[in-house]
Design a protein around this ligand. Structure first.
Ligand code: SF4
Length: 337
């Protein structure tokens, strides 16, 4: 039987209008856009699978708006009740985009790392006035009644400003803020400590404000499925988002399907992947959080890569993620929804 899918991430394009330091889709090709053949194959495959949540990502999905719009429509028609979200850097939003998102009941997930200095530092190629445009997108989405969440990526370089950046986002009236340590960044113990200090300060601010849902804790909760369908713009499918951050020769080893060539058929690599996944899931009795599931996947790629420095930083990253999870779970226990 097909293991339950958690997220379906559709990377509709490799094109982006900025180059973020912490981009988790680090090795993408600008030239590629998801073909209709791959989309057809995806929908045929999904018709047999259970409940799902869909995320359209890139690159920047608003750079290929007609294709993004058509995909939104198609998902909504096929899955009227599914969670549907579009990830964006917010630099190209137009009022018409928001009308479509609203009518499709699609969430908008904006990446904002904090105040203007933080955003300018992390996004290379940010145009003049880019931060103001991003703030305007956030505000327009809220006014239009589009479901809104934000991702604040924290790097070892800006970690000392974590709580200030969090406060800057609250000042913009951002909500459901995912505070995420940059994956595959050079985490060492000193920076992890700073992260945890800043994170605790952010929690204290959330508590003081007495408003629920300022910080998203979704990654610390049990995963809703056991693998992701991460569809790359060339139609290849990975089983978790973390694989996106690895060089192509590593990533390729974890391609479980190729929708551009074969209809819903698993490739030979899928067999060993799913067997490793089952072994991992069989180890504990408690449900696995999405954070741990993702880190398990990343550990497979780290071993395949054999890059000692990345291995060390990843170890520290995992330790940091475990602590974040403990803090999140303790907070949830103290303040159940
Ligand atoms: S906006 Fe998103 S896709 Fe573009 S470079 Fe930044 S993180 Fe990567």
């Amino acid at each position: 039987m097909l293991p339950a899918i958690d997220h379906v991430w559709i990377f509709i394009t490799g094109r982006c209008n900025v180059r973020c330091e912490h981009c988790f889709f680090a090795h993408k090709s600008e030239r590629l856009r998801l073909s209709s053949r791959s989309q057809d194959a995806l929908f045929r495959f999904l018709s047999a699978a259970g409940k799902k949540q869909f995320i359209i990502s890139g690159g920047e999905p608003f750079m290929v708006w007609p294709a993004t719009r058509a995909l939104l429509l198609r998902i909504r028609q096929a899955y009227p009740q599914a969670y549907l979200s579009v990830q964006s850097n917010g630099l190209m939003m137009k009022p018409g985009h928001l009308v479509t998102l609203k009518s499709m009941r699609a969430n908008l997930e904006l990446g904002i790392d904090g105040d203007e200095a933080a955003v300018a530092a992390s996004r290379r190629g940010l145009p003049r006035g880019g931060f103001q445009r991003l703030c305007a997108s956030l505000s327009a989405a809220r006014t239009a009644g589009v479901g809104l969440s934000t991702t604040m990526t924290v790097t070892p370089q800006n970690v000392a400003n974590l709580s200030d950046n969090f406060m800057a986002l609250l000042g913009l009236r951002a909500r459901a803020i995912e505070i995420h340590p940059a994956f595959m960044a050079q985490w060492r113990r000193a920076e992890s400590r700073l992260f945890l200090q800043g994170y605790r300060r952010a929690l204290a601010s959330e508590l003081r404000m007495g408003e629920r849902g300022l910080i998203s804790r979704e990654y610390s909760l049990p995963a809703k499925g056991v693998w992701d369908m991460v569809i790359l713009p060339d139609g290849k499918v990975l089983a978790n988002w973390t694989f996106l951050s690895f060089p192509e020769h590593v990533r390729e080893q974890f391609v479980v399907m190729d929708l551009s060539k074969r209809d819903g058929e698993f490739l030979p690599a899928a067999k060993s992947y799913f067997s490793a996944l089952r072994k991992f899931l069989g180890q504990g009795s408690a449900p696995v959080s999405y954070r741990r599931l993702s880190n398990f996947n990343a550990s497979l790629a780290i071993s395949a890569w054999g890059n000692p420095q990345s291995g060390r930083c990843f170890k520290e990253y995992v330790r940091l993620c475990d602590e974040i999870e403990q803090i999140d779970l303790a907070t949830i226990r103290r303040r159940p929804a």
